[in-house]
Design a protein around this ligand. Sequence first.
Ligand code: ADP
Ligand code: MG
Length: 362
Amino acid sequence: MTSQSPEALPISVRHITKTYGRVHALDDVSLEVKSGEFLTLLGPSGSGKTTLLMVLAGFTRPDRGSLMFGDREVIRLAPHLRNVGMTFQNYALFPHMTVAGNVAYPLKLRGVPRAEIGARVEKALETVRLGGYGNRRIDQLSGGQKQRVALARSIVFEPRILLMDEPLSALDKKLRDHMQIELRHLHEQLGMTTVYVTHDQREALTMSDRIAVVNHGRIMQLATPRELYERPANRFVADFIGDSTFLAVTRTATGVSFAGAPLSISNPIPDAADLLLMVRPERITLARDDNSDGGNRLPAVVREMVYQGDSYLLQSELTDGTLLTMRGAVRGANLSAMPAVGDKVTLNLAPEDAVVIDGRAD
Ligand code: ADP
Ligand code: MG
């Protein structure tokens, strides 16, 4: 869901390149962020996420490329003239100032009249549910509260674009899960065009309208969470998002085959040199004896069975030696009748769950 506020601006990144010596931190990056959209840059450490955010904020000047906010070229514009709010991984709060002092800082920097500042600070604190906390000292706050102060500071001057660099990475898991939903609600409420950075694929799936998967300073795929998970463009994306087993398949006149047997696949097969069948663990089932499930049949030998509370993992070896992981729900499964290690089984993969991808891994 993308909420639109009249002040939100689209962002257009065009052919941005940034090198540090021989490192291509950004390698000809182009992307469009829609007005009011929540877009996440997702990628491993060192992939160029922070560099791209710093280019958007104006703290890093790229070697070449163009950057448009709406219909305005901003690549040469100083950071404080871009009307962009930013939060950093380590909060970057002033520890010796009060909460209100921190949040007021961007307003003072922009010459907002004193009389207005108090009310705007309090409004921003209320937005992040810290109303009444203005007089507290930063070192009296918990990690989650500090993150909220940083957020209040980044939105207090009502920027049209909000940039967030791994804002939740210092929080423990419970608080992180909670803040993900809160940030999402805040975005819906404020409607700012938001570019969010994380290396956590689940966080990206939870929060984003769309996700740009970044690797080696390049965008590997830009799509909705569902498209990325279900139709990854290549092996890198498939590997980075969710769990999967990859089976080497061969192109035939009519489709693809695995270990000599043709596969029935209802998804388009990419035009790539190396093809892999991507198998998500929850899309595999134990085949029914009466064939009533009617998908692709994969004979295998069970190597490992792991109980995980809500689900179980069954790892089995296929005829070509690949270990394939299947995840099943414990609820509704007859665990006492499950195959044991060493048993021969037949696995089933429905044609609509059989996704062939480009084998490119970087
Ligand atoms: P990420 O945020 O995805 O972890 P960064 O954008 O911080 O990645 O870094 C991308 C690449 O650029 C890395 O190889 C990093 O070492 C390099 N890099 C980033 N900033 C600098 C800098 N100021 N000087 C030299 N190399 C840098
Ligand atoms: Mg970074």
